[in-house]
Design a protein around this ligand. Structure first.
Ligand SMILES: Nc1ncnc2c1ncn2[C@@H]1O[C@H](COP(=O)(O)OP(=O)(O)OP(=O)(O)O)[C@@H](O)[C@H]1O
Ligand SMILES: [Mg+2]
Length: 366
């Protein structure tokens, strides 16, 4: 240890303090020791010049060692505190360690003091390093979460923009084309059957393309979500799912609120889509029940299928990126998701997000 250690000694007997210093010097420690006797001086020293270590007598004339320990824990919680005492019964010694003393050394065994101080300092340094590493890890987790939220947001914005452009610009251009073709057909001579047939085929093709454009635009971001709200969008998506897969999808929605903010409704809607995709891919279900309603100040989406049932290993699996994504989306709004499977009987996914996360849009009143 190269730096000069700053030791605060709480000791009413100057001779004992000298003996302790001697023992520390003999063990090769370089230090600067400050001795205090009274509670006031002890508090002042702790607060004004945070020491590296406290060495405290256990029985002091004015207050006892336990008080001193509590004061140190309060004013300088991270600093090692060693009792250096004449006598200390085993029970008391254990008690002091339990309430947070780092170690105790008997005055008749002063040779133990140096090693005890070294160990205490080493452990404190390790603990500080661990704390710093944990803090860094936590910070980087928070940054990742913020990044994930940002990416979700950007992706959703992009989808909205592309969906609108596809719908508005392509849709309008195609409608214009269709009108032009209709006017062309009306001017074609009645006897030009071949030409008229081709023009009609062109018109049908434009109709089909308009349908495709609508479908793409809706798949990117269903307008119903923004225009009619979450409950309507969930019902619509359930119907689409039923039509596409043949799996019966019964919905019960007990809310009709369209005032929740877009982030909140999008979160539920995208989670619902992910749950349905999983049902198609993994469940082998023939029936799905969907509930959307308010329970205990939370908006709850519960989707139950009657398929094979997700296993605990699948729920916990760190490769289950889809499930992690669902959890992350909900967590960003302080919500929670529970996946519960019963082998052979089905899976229930319950998503609950506090309504407090669904502040109405500015300018709109509930
Ligand atoms: N409704 C369900 N019924 C039965 N098993 C399910 C269900 N949903 C999910 N699982 C199981 O949980 C696993 C993890 O799902 P998750 O959505 O994370 O991954 P994935 O669907 O396989 O891939 P992706 O990352 O593309 O979503 C699935 O591979 C599947 O085995
Ligand atoms: Mg999935």
């Amino acid at each position: 240890m190269n730096e000069l250690l700053r030791i605060l000694m709480l000791e009413d007997n100057p001779a004992h303090a000298e003996l302790a210093k001697h023992a520390l010097t003999a063990s090769g420690l370089k230090f600067d020791a400050q001795r205090v006797e009274t509670r006031r001086d002890f508090e002042q020293e702790l607060a004004a010049h945070t020491p590296d270590l406290v060495l405290s007598d256990y029985s002091l004339p004015a207050f006892d060692g336990i008080d001193a320990l509590r004061i140190a824990q309060c004013l300088a919680p991270d600093i090692p505190f060693i009792f250096l005492t004449g006598t200390l019964g085993e029970d008391v010694a254990i008690e002091t360690l339990k309430i947070g003393a780092t170690d105790y050394v008997l005055k008749k065994h002063l040779a133990r003091l140096g090693p005890s101080v070294r160990r205490a300092l080493r452990e404190t340094a390790e603990r500080r390093e661990r704390c710093a590493a944990e803090k860094k890890l936590q910070q980087s987790n928070e940054q990742l979460r913020a990044l994930s939220a940002y990416l979700q947001h950007v992706r959703e914005e992009e989808r909205i923009r592309i969906s609108r452009q596809v719908h508005d610009e392509l849709g309008q251009a195609l409608t214009g084309l269709k009108l032009d073709v209709a006017s062309l057909i009306s001017r074609l001579p009645k006897h030009s059957r071949g030409l008229r047939g081709r023009a009609h085929a062109l018109s049908d093709c434009i109709d089909a393309t308009i349908q495709t454009v609508r479908r793409i635009s809706t798949e990117l971001r269903p307008g119903i979500l923004d225009n009619l709200g979450l409950a309507a969008a969930i019902e619509w998506q359930a119907q689409e799912f039923q039509q596409k897969t043949g799996i019966v999808c019964a919905t019960t929605t007990t809310v009709a609120d369209t005032l929740w903010n877009q982030r909140f409704t999008t979160t539920f809607f995208r989670i619902f889509q992910e749950i349905l995709t999983n049902i198609i891919r993994h469940a082998s279900a023939s029936r799905v029940e969907v509930f959307l309603g308010v329970e205990n100040e939370r908006l709850v989406l519960r989707v139950t299928d009657n398929g094979r049932g997700i296993s605990e290993a699948e729920v916990a699996g760190d490769k289950s990126i889809g499930l992690i994504g669902i959890r992350e989306r909900a967590a960003l709004l302080l919500g929670e998701v529970v996946f519960a499977g019963r082998p052979g009987l089905g899976t229930t996914v319950t998503v609950g997000i506090p309504l407090a996360s669904a502040e109405p849009l500015p300018g709109r009143t509930p």
